[in-house]
Design a binder for this molecule. Sequence first.
Ligand code: ADP
Ligand code: MG
Length: 560
Amino acid sequence: MQEKGNISIHTENIFPIIKKFLYSDHEIFLRELVSNAVDATQKLKQLSGLGEYTGELGDLKVDVSFDEKAKTITVSDRGIGMTAEEIKKYINQIAFSGATEFVEKYKDKGDEQQIIGHFGLGFYSAFMVADKVEINSLSHAEGAEPARWICDGSTEFEISEGDRKERGTDIILHVNEESLEFLNQGRLQGILDKYCKFLPIEVRFGEKEVSEKDGEDKDGKPQYKTVKKDNIVNNPSPLWTKSPSDLTDEDYLAFYRELYPMSEEPLFWIHLNVDYPFNLTGILYFPKVKNDIELQRNKIQLYSRQVFITDEVKDVVPEFLMLLHGVIDSPDIPLNVSRSFLQADSNVKKINTYITKKVADKLNELYKKDRKEYEQKWSDIGLFVKYGMLSDEKFYDKAKDFALLENVDGEFFNFEEYKTKTEALQKDKDDNLVYLYSTNPAQQHAFIESIKKKSYDVLKLDGPLDAHFIGTLEHKLEKTQLKRVDAETVDKLINKDEKIESVLSDGDKEKAKEIFEKAISDANSTVSVESLASDEMPVIVTMPEFMRRMKDMQRQGGGG
Ligand code: ADP
Ligand code: MG
């Protein structure tokens, strides 16, 4: 039996268009073929579970292999397989119609960047790297005949009797001249690591040599030998697919190391698990944030049923949570569409809201459970919280209950507590609360000391986001102003009764400044003359923190 036919698509020149669009992303062909093999295997397991397939399941691993000489890459599975009829139906009609639809949709659009990596072309993507594709399949159905299908990338195909003896499917790619780079162990391993790391069925890519203990010598020293083992590229049951109640902290930390080898331990994590009104699982970790925030953004990986899709999650995860690490898996995020569509998608919006709520709940829980520990971690946690409060109104409303303010003495207050603390003393003549803050406690040391003498409190707001955070607080907190301590405004603003006059005129100040500068003649110090109360020193000399510490040390050491 041999049959030739025409694939029923109307676009004759589908290939050039697809190649153009996918130029930089050819490697996804392997993701598509391996996930098809995994799907076919899972379908078989399902049938077997339902009692509809009664044959032996046997070894269900999916195999990926390549032959440099023959210039082929083969993906084999022992899944449900296809009859000739099914190949015609699923490959000729379904797979190719998907591709046709794609081309119809995008052929006039120029925004290639947006499309790449955000859709699955399915089986058809094989033609990005191959000029001939062969299917060799034997259906699981009783009495099925093996079938072979060959297509050279035109709209013509050939189908004939096959010779496969074992249930399942081989997809054989005859790699084209431009894609010979893929006939390489390292390259293929790299692609499998990227896209197939957590596929639910074991994927084997040849063998690897491992060192194994081989008894002991006469002195009791362990002996090792090199043995060949299956090179399994994936972990078929990653942590996020398991039930949180079965997992320990160490499990979560180990999984973090698996995702981000060499990274510092995360602060804490959230296990996401929801199936209504959308389906989403995942684990989000709060990393220790380093100074270079940019480098740590965009570390969340997006999966769809354990198939890696992208680590560009900008539109799925709220902007302020881009600093989180981890994995999100959802079959409900539309992946075969462009970004702008993703932003408008209602599931994506719901997912966004859900994640924001989960994160807020978790922070609230940590805050309530152990305030001391929460305070200790505040320098790390605070960055997320502040970023969230700055960029998301809904998050602000939740976070105002567990956001902390730290003063220059290292004491922590929540918003209510701080209000209570400052209410009695720190009000201006219009009855506004005045929060004083320092953006650099070391440099502003002298101002802070003089202000503290008046029993005012000074907040420490010296973090990378604090300039914006101050603005948000002023906007959000009722009748509250925030003032930096290094300004003269401090006295004027707070004291409503006594108006403080400087003991010196402006001319006097200039003179005093010169005199002191000369007398001190220290390049590390800055002299400034301020309008302070008459019972205070009117002149303040500041120097960088490390210099001050050194002098302190010298003084304490009795030397210098
Ligand atoms: P999708 O996977 O989204 O359905 P594809 O283009 O990847 O689209 O595949 C089209 C169809 O071809 C699949 O739905 C399946 O029925 C069939 N198919 C592809 N690969 C295999 C395989 N290895 N074993 C069995 N059926 C397969
Ligand atoms: Mg597919």
